[in-house]
Write a protein that binds this ligand. Structure first.
Ligand code: XMP
Length: 518
């Protein structure tokens, strides 16, 4: 448990609750999101927040069964900020009134004009007269609670910004957490200052604390860490190594479906540079053998997943006194989200490569990143001295090149694919585009086409380039390369990679496509 000043975000099911946490973390403030159903009087006492934020949500406070925080939130003696639904629930509970829309619903951009002045809350606000904000509400507050004053109004929200300065309760109708409220960060900064936060949540401090916690948790036992070369498992491994040194052994399963030079790079970085005990489990023969003749995408995934667990277990079983399995689980994987069809539901990624293993092997889990968002993991990676080339890597799927080789997988196709992929990534890096792109790769297509090179006819594979922008991989857009870039890349691939004589660019977004071809 963190020793920092803590802010509690009570979630009422808004689509953007996570963004509140992101904004606060950017302001070096430790916060946690908990669904309203879990926030009881006892929970509040234990959590001991320095401030509370009530999130937005889809319910209407006018409905009797609508969600509420416990009354005791308002008697903790700490500042409370209500956002959208949070504002309405606050007004309702503290003696104000909320009414249904009737022409006052507002969705999208709105402008708030200043009313009474609250210097501390509105420092840096209204410098140009009004502020752009993002509204998304059906109901509206029609009477504010006793003790509240109005600091900002919009045409459809006369109580856009309100507050009770004596108790430090503040309530806003708009969403300061979204990008469409450009000055939202300053608003949060002001609220945090009023609440007495000092900005003590930094990656430097986190590193020290995480190391102390790992040492305490693990004692003198041994820890196994599955290393994929991706940023999450790399940061997990380096952090653990700093904490427990030789009590850590990493297992890197090489299934023969990695990109060019990938295995060498991982071994060079972790074994040679960091001096981490690393088992390089080269099992490519086993995987490729079992995949022979398999062309169905799900069958490929199942085969790889099954073998992965077997192989991991085989190597991990050789590590003496291993009691823990390290996993690079992140905060978004463990946040419980509010579900209105029932109780709180837990969202956990389904494709953890070692799913089911801890129970099977009788291992306990150590998850030192489970409080962090992805960009905090990157910041921690920098802090730990991992090279930028590892931290900024594009994501790579567990089944690797198997799902970039539609149809049957052969060694020949994999070799061709690796070379083409390396040229494409080289082009992207040379043009300074790598960090703008979320993921880029080549897929080798299960089709041979006719071409002409020199005086001869060729009959070789076609390939597809894929490059997308995305925030989380859930939706994606194809990257708008220039025609010059595409032409140059196609020429290089055909000239440098024997076995490919045709290059296409995939311009499908997700949805309706997926990022990978299988
Ligand atoms: P799709 O193709 O579903 O990909 O749009 C979204 C993101 O997930 C990755 N991906 C996988 N990762 N095992 C993984 O570990 C898988 O089976 C798998 N399938 C897709 C994909 O690379 C992209 O980042």
């Amino acid at each position: 448990m963190s020793t920092h000043d803590r802010l509690l975000i009570i979630d009422f099911g808004s689509q953007v609750t996570q963004l509140i946490a992101r904004r606060l973390r950017e302001l070096n403030t430790y916060c946690e999101i908990h669904p309203y159903q879990n926030v009881t009087d006892a929970f509040l006492r234990d959590f001991a927040p320095r401030a509370v934020i009530l999130s937005g949500g889809p319910a209407s406070v006018i409905d009797e069964a609508s969600p509420r925080p416990p009354e005791s939130v308002f008697s903790l003696g700490v500042p409370v900020l209500g956002i959208c639904y949070g504002q309405q629930v606050m007004m309702q509970m503290l003696g104000g009134r909320v009414e249904r829309g009737h022409g006052t619903a507002e969705f999208g951009r709105a402008y708030v004009a200043p009313a009474a002045r609250h210097e501390a809350l509105l420092l840096g606000w209204f410098l140009d007269g009004r502020e752009q904000v993002w509204m998304s509400h059906g109901d509206h507050v029609s009477a504010i609670a006793p003790g509240f004053e109005v600091y900002g109004t919009s045409p459809n929200a006369p109580f856009a910004i309100t507050g009770d300065p004596a108790r430090h309760f503040y309530a806003v109708q708009f969403h300061p957490e979204v990008h469409h409220t450009p000055n939202g960060r300053t608003f949060f900064e002001n609220f945090l200052r009023i609440a007495g936060f000092t900005g003590d949540w930094t990656m430097g401090a986190y590193r020290e604390e995480a190391i102390a916690r790992i040492r305490e948790e693990v004692g003198d036992a041994h820890v196994i860490c599955g290393l994929s070369g991706g940023v999450d498992s790399s940061v997990t491994a380096v952090l653990l190594h700093e904490a427990i040194g030789d009590q850590l052994t990493c297992v890197f399963v090489d299934h023969g479906l990695l990109r060019q030079n990938e295995a060498e790079e991982v071994v060079a970085m972790f074994r040679d540079h960091y001096n981490i005990k690393l088992i390089h489990a080269d099992e490519s023969e086993l995987f490729l053998g079992e995949l022979e003749g398999v062309s169905d995408p799900e069958q490929k995934r199942k085969t790889i997943g099954r073998l992965f667990i077997d192989v991991f277990q085989k190597y991990a079983g050789r590590i003496e006194r291993a009691e823990f399995l390290a996993q690079g689980t992140l905060y978004p994987d463990v946040i419980e989200s509010v579900s209105f069809s029932g109780g709180p539901s837990v969202t956990i990624k389904s494709h953890h490569n070692v799913g089911g293993l801890p129970e099977k092997m009788g291992l306990k889990l150590v998850e030192p990143l489970r409080e962090l968002f992805k960009d905090e993991v990157r910041a921690l990676g920098h802090e730990l001295g991992l090279p930028a080339s590892f931290i900024g890597r594009h994501p790579f799927p567990g089944p690797g090149l198997a799902i970039r080789c539609p149809g049957e997988i052969t060694r020949e196709k994999l070799d061709i694919l690796r070379k083409a992929d390396a040229v494409f990534i080289d082009q992207i890096r040379k043009h300074g585009l790598y960090d703008e792109i979320w993921q880029a790769f080549v897929a080798i297509l299960p089709v041979r086409t006719v071409g002409v090179m020199g005086d001869g006819r060729t009959y070789d594979f076609a390939c597809a380039l894929r490059a997308v922008t995305s925030v989380d991989g859930m939706t994606a857009d194809y990257y708008p390369f220039s025609h010059e870039f595409l032409g140059e890349t196609a020429t290089r691939i055909i000239n440098e990679v024997q076995g490919i004589n045709r290059v296409t660019y995939d311009i499908t977004s997700k949805p309706p496509g997926t990022i990978e071809w299988e």
